[in-house]
Design a protein around this ligand. Structure first.
Ligand code: CA
Length: 538
């Protein structure tokens, strides 16, 4: 076995071991050092003697300071590192980096890529054609799920152009301090999820009746386009008993209220939900895919179950692809505040203007304060799996996470739950929690998701296709029917970052067009929507 190590930056005094299974003590590296310890795959080895208190450098920055002197060839595990404190949020470089120049020919080439999507009245484009059933409160989740199972079995086969029916169940809506600061986050998140491009502008709501989050509060007048909901549709009542679809056009959307006096018995509620769903299925079924420019993509990038390879293989490939998408005129969001916090100076310097840099600082400051309320800081992020995978602390994890954002200017910043209205590269502030980040990116209007993993996670979303990228060949082989792309080929030298980045870009166009399904879609794997609620519950 040829010993394989990866160094990220010329200044680095550590490298990571790339070989499957790690390397035994006594191995002589190509750079000349002899391993003093067995070093697991993905873990760091000292390339030179590092005195006590000296910085341990990876990605060209200190990821920690040596707790004791470390000799060349030794395994540099997390217990040997003292984590640096977070960079303060003052005196940061503001919009100092020049935009990367792109030639006219390259721009023209990137702008010529297309995919087949569903055009919506609001100008957004869907990659799937899905009926979503919005809920105001968790109380109605069981009833809605019962109705959704029957809609899938009895109605969906009649509407072959509709991909799926999705219940937007969540834990919010009542038992919460709905006027507290922070409560606007879960409320706008839910509102914006309901109008995700993959739901075709159709909004139907199931409410209980007595909850705090009343339908009119969830959707104030003007918050969703009314035009698409006023067109009369002929709907047969076949198979639905005497149920009549409920219309609440004064609210601007169709609405079934379970406590309404007209409902006598459980089946009356179910039939009412089904009859209302049928109106929307009729309209969705008439839609056809059209050729649209790749600029209609709204891609959310995320990582989860990270290891030391995340920042070496999969995330750099995502970063390369992010740059391609930005050149193609598309929207790309990166997120996960605790995983970019240690790179704040890098982000503010890449902001397109001082105003955008300030928005980045404001989001970090808000999150610092949020974590402080819970008596923790960003270091609470790393998991036992991260550490077993070679990531010593959040500084090292963040440097590997941030590369998903590529090299473009950051031109927009979103607060949690806000809707994206701009093209280009956006920092969408979210927690790093996989399901909360995914939920907030769905709310932002994502129509395609890219998710990198080193330890492995079967993560998926019901509303948006998720392309999963393995950081290591070993994982891609074991999880051959869960991982869509193997970026581990970058570590063994058989492919370049650009090769995998382009592979990802073309797969995105295929998945967005419905020509290919991701593994998570094929198995129908999806995680729950998890709303970010920083406000108190009652
Ligand atoms: Ca994550």
């Amino acid at each position: 076995m040829t010993p394989l190590t990866i160094t990220m930056h010329a200044l680095d005094n550590v490298a990571i071991v790339a070989n499957d299974g790690g390397l035994p003590a006594g191995t002589v590296l190509s750079s000349g050092q002899t391993l003093k310890d067995k070093v697991p795959q993905g873990h760091k080895v000292a390339l030179q003697d590092i005195p006590k208190d000296a910085p341990v450098l990876r990605y060209g920055i200190p990821i920690g300071f040596a707790n004791e002197s470390i000799s060349a060839g030794a395994w540099v595990h997390e217990r040997l590192l003292q984590m640096p404190s977070a960079r303060g949020l003052t005196d940061l470089p503001m919009a100092t980096v020049q935009a990367v120049a792109t030639s006219d020919a390259e721009l023209a080439k990137m702008r010529s890529f297309t995919f087949e999507g569903y055009c919506n009245a609001d100008g957004s484009v869907g990659t799937r054609n899905i009926l979503a059933i919005t809920q105001t409160v968790q109380c109605v989740a069981g009833v809605t799920d019962f109705a959704v199972q029957r809609i899938k079995a009895e109605l969906l086969p009649l509407y072959p152009n509709v991909d799926d029916v999705v219940s937007l169940a969540h834990t919010y809506g009542c038992g919460v301090a709905i006027d507290a600061p922070g409560a606007e986050i879960p409320i706008r998140t839910l509102r914006n999820i309901s109008t995700n491009p993959n739901f075709g502008g159709e909004v139907m709501v199931v409410s209980l009746g007595c909850e705090k989050l009343q339908p009119a509060r969830l959707f104030p007048i003007g918050s969703i386009p009314i035009s698409v909901h006023t067109a009369p549709v002929e709907v047969s009542n076949q198979g639905l008993g005497q149920a009549q679809p409920e219309r609440s056009l004064n609210l601007g959307f169709d609405h079934v209220c379970l406590q309404d006096a007209q409902h006598v018995g459980f089946m009356s509620m179910i039939e009412s939900v089904m009859a209302t769903a049928k109106i929307h299925l009729e309209r969705l079924n008439k839609r056809r895919r059209e050729t649209v420019p790749a600029s209609a993509l709204v891609v959310g990038v995320q990582c989860g179950g990270s290891d030391a390879f995340s920042g070496v293989t999969a995330n750099p490939a995502v970063g390369f692809c992010t740059d391609l998408l930005v050149k193609a005129g598309a929207s790309v969001m990166f997120s996960e505040t605790t995983e970019v916090r240690d790179g704040i100076a890098q982000l503010t310097s890449r902001a397109s203007s001082p105003e955008v840099a300030q928005q980045l600082i404001d989001e970090m400051a808000w999150y610092d304060a949020y974590l402080k309320r819970g008596s923790v800081d960003r270091s609470a992020n790393t998991t036992p799996g991260n550490k077993a995978g070679g990531l010593s602390n959040i500084v090292e994890k963040a440097m590997g996470s941030i590369v998903k954002s590529g090299t473009s200017h950051i031109s927009n910043v979103l607060s949690p739950g806000e809707k994206l209205k701009h093209k280009g590269l956006t920092y969408a502030a979210t927690p790093a929690s996989d399901f909360i980040c995914g939920t907030l990116q769905v709310a932002a209007g994502m129509n395609l998701h890219v998710f990198t993993t080193g330890r492995g996670t079967p993560y998926g979303l019901a509303a948006v296709p998720v392309i999963k990228v393995a950081t290591r060949t070993d994982l891609a082989k074991r999880w051959h029917d869960l991982m869509d792309i193997n970026a581990g080929t970058i570590a063994d030298g058989s492919k370049t970052i650009a090769d995998v980045g382009w592979e990802m870009f073309h797969l995105m166009l295929d998945v967005a067009s419905g020509r290919k399904k991701t593994w998570a879609e094929q198995w129908k794997l999806h995680n729950a929507l998890v709303l970010f609620n920083p406000a108190p519950v009652t």
